[in-house]
Design a protein around this ligand. Structure first.
Ligand code: ZN
Length: 157
């Protein structure tokens, strides 16, 4: 599948699930990102990031959501995944917006499902943006598009 600027109902549900997760567990400087993934079997798992005093111990929300899926179902694949950021209280815009996965999460998502799709902020400025809503301002892209020249331990055979 190629890039889609228009989100499906299922995509919007996934964004809503990620928003609910971080709304429920937001803690300034500790939990600021929520994620939701849909497995190939259609089940939704959510996660929030785990920040840590020792910064390198921090874990991304996508990894937590994936961990919950693997514990419950084993390797069930990733149909679609999304992350959203809850702004800190002093930020003027309190929109919980879709954010791109970090580089490490791109590797992780690809490892668990090379055909996964990711909902990302829509960089196309010509498309209308409706803040605070699940539908606009986001696009669905294949994980492979977000990770050209993926890390490999050796040459492909
Ligand atoms: Zn990450």
């Amino acid at each position: 599948m190629t890039r889609r600027a228009r989100l499906s109902k299922a995509d919007r549900e996934l964004i809503a699930a990620a928003r609910s997760a971080i709304k429920a567990r937001y803690r300034n400087d500790w939990q600021e990102v929520g994620a939701a993934l849909r497995t190939r079997s259609g089940k939704i798992f959510t996660g929030v990031n785990l920040d840590a005093y020792l910064g390198r111990m921090a874990v991304c929300a996508e990894a937590v959501a994936l961990g919950r899926a693997v514990v419950d179902l084993g390797d069930a694949g990733i149909d679609t995944i999304v992350a959203v950021r809850h702004p800190p209280p002093d930020e003027t815009d309190q929109t919980i917006a879709v954010v791109s996965p970090c580089g490490a999460c791109r590797e992780l998502i690809f490892d668990y499902d090379a055909k996964a799709h990711v909902i990302v902020p829509n960089p196309n400025p010509s498309l209308p943006r409706k803040r605070g809503r699940g539908g606009s301002g986001a696009a669905v892209v294949p994980i492979a598009d977000l990770l050209p020249n993926k890390y490999s331990r050796g040459p492909k055979t």
